[in-house]
Ligand binder design. Structure first.
Ligand code: SAH
Ligand code: MG
Length: 201
């Protein structure tokens, strides 16, 4: 595919996401993630939360050595991701799994685990998948700010569900901050808030 074609296909995926209310990573979040992959010579990624394959495709395009395994539980999104990954001829580097990430076991070690699924379950994803983290690997979590709601006064958040979700993100932040085995850097001003976690030696 010539690069102009790639850009127009990426634009189409982004438009589909907007039209269908699919929360794909924002541009500076994606820039951070792809730069991170290049800088740290990441080769094996486990992604929790494929949606329609946008972030997986962007990670794969960042470095031709990158292989990605990505999990999605929503059938329609999974099908759309399958289609998009075919479009980019990335089937040999992106493996899609249609399942609930909390119900399956993944074999192998990954030098990057990207958590971008149900925000209220971050602690569960972290605890489950930390055993798949390669030595000196990274766990990156997206949406630590959750569209700015995490910084809002709780009284300003009218929806009870949303308040519960925000509380869980705060609990996860605390869990990361207080974790004795792992160290986390919080990039609050990048994208929707990104956390980068490494295991202590
Ligand atoms: N990483 C994508 C966006 C993911 S949106 C991108 O930036 O392009 C979050 C996705 O996680 C949703 O599609 C949702 O269906 C999925 N998800 C939520 N909880 C999940 C779970 N337990 N297992 C698998 N997928 C999950
Ligand atoms: Mg996200």
């Amino acid at each position: 595919m010539v690069s102009n074609h790639i850009y127009s296909e990426i634009r189409k995926i982004k438009e589909y996401a907007v039209d269908n209310n699919i929360p794909i990573m924002v541009d500076d979040g994606i820039d951070f993630l792809t730069t991170f992959i290049i800088k740290n010579q990441i080769e094996n990624v486990l992604e929790i939360g494929t949606a329609i394959g946008y972030s997986a495709i962007m990670m794969a395009l960042a470095n031709p050595n990158v292989k990605i395994t990505s999990i999605e539980r929503d059938e329609k999104r999974y099908m759309e991701a399958v289609k998009n990954i075919k479009l980019f001829n990335l089937e040999d580097r992106i493996t899609l799994i249609y399942n609930d990430a909390l119900n399956i076991k993944i074999e192998g070690q990954f030098d990057l685990i990207f958590i971008d699924a149900a925000k209220g379950k971050n602690i569960h994803f972290f605890e489950k998948y930390k055993t798949n983290l390669a030595k000196n690997g990274f766990i990156i979590t997206d949406n630590m700010k959750f569209h700015g709601y995490v910084d809002k006064d709780e009284n300003e958040i009218k929806s009870k569900n949303l308040r519960g979700l925000v509380r869980k993100i705060k609990d996860y932040q605390k869990f990361l901050e207080e974790n004795k085995e792992y160290k986390t850097m919080f990039y609050n001003n990048i994208g929707d808030g990104i956390a980068v976690t490494t295991k202590n030696d």
